[in-house]
Design a protein around this ligand. Structure first.
Ligand SMILES: Nc1ncnc2c1ncn2[C@@H]1O[C@H](COP(=O)(O)OP(=O)(O)O)[C@@H](O)[C@H]1O
Ligand SMILES: [Mg+2]
Length: 225
């Protein structure tokens, strides 16, 4: 049996805030299959972004185990963790954070460059992804020249650029109107399924959960069974 895309076991994450300790995640146990798309819903402040950050090795857990594929994140040094993230994980954030002075195509190629494989294959892949995302005619445009929906599609392309084994979406449609949000979610579902990649998307909008194979709810840092 291949290992799942993601496995969290009894993960706890706390932050220090002045003298106080904030428990953002408590006993989080979760498995995401290699071809599974999971929706994560919960009120503001319930720990959704923290869960994605820990799952994506942006933050280390305070306690518990985080496994992405066959790799135990806790066993990696900081440097190894950064390299691992670059190769295995794709992120799409709520606020689209594209590089403003680079074109759509260059925003994808940055990923290849950071991983040290900016070659002909990478350029072909960037063009192919942008084409699939309906941006074939926008590859030479900078983010400021694109609409909100187009920018979010570039961000999706960037997240898929490194052929990740796990893709994490943090409220990918919250800045879009309902119809555009629906289109972007549709695209995310299609791209993820055609690639057989594991993923989690956070959403505030329960109308979006039908794009997922499964929906998890989080309240006060605890996943509901
Ligand atoms: N860097 C931080 N320092 C201190 N507390 C934080 C930090 N990040 C998040 N928190 C707190 O942790 C809890 C969970 O936050 P977060 O994961 O961002 O929730 P969500 O994404 O569901 O809105 C909240 O109470 C939040 O205030
Ligand atoms: Mg959040």
């Amino acid at each position: 049996m291949p290992s799942p895309a993601l496995q969290l076991t009894d993960v706890r994450k706390t932050y220090r805030s002045g003298d106080e300790e904030v428990v953002a995640l408590d006993h989080a146990t979760l498995e995401v299959g290699r071809d599974e798309l999971v929706a994560l819903v919960g009120p503001s402040g319930s720990g959704k972004t923290t869960l994605l950050s820990v799952a994506g090795a942006l933050l280390g857990p305070t306690e518990g185990d985080v496994r992405v594929g066959d790799t135990e994140i806790g066993d990696l040094s900081e440097k190894e963790r950064t390299a691992f993230r670059g190769k295995e994980i794709g992120f799409v954030f709520q606020a689209v954070n594209l590089v403003p002075f680079l074109t759509a195509r260059e925003n994808l190629l940055v990923v290849a460059e950071m991983n040290g494989n900016l070659d002909k294959g990478a350029k072909h892949r960037a063009d192919q992804l942008l084409d699939e995302l309906g941006l074939g005619h926008r590859t030479g445009n900078q983010p400021g020249e694109l609409s909100g929906g187009e920018r979010q599609r570039v961000a999706i392309g960037r997240a898929l650029m490194n052929e990740p084994s796990l893709v994490l979406f943090d409220e990918p449609t919250s800045a879009l109107d309902t119809e555009l949000g629906e289109q972007v979610m549709e695209l995310i579902g299609r791209e993820m399924r055609s690639r057989g990649v594991g993923g989690i998307f956070v959403t505030h909008d329960t109308r979006m959960t039908h794009h997922a194979d499964r929906t998890l709810e989080i309240i006060d840092g605890r996943l509901k069974a």
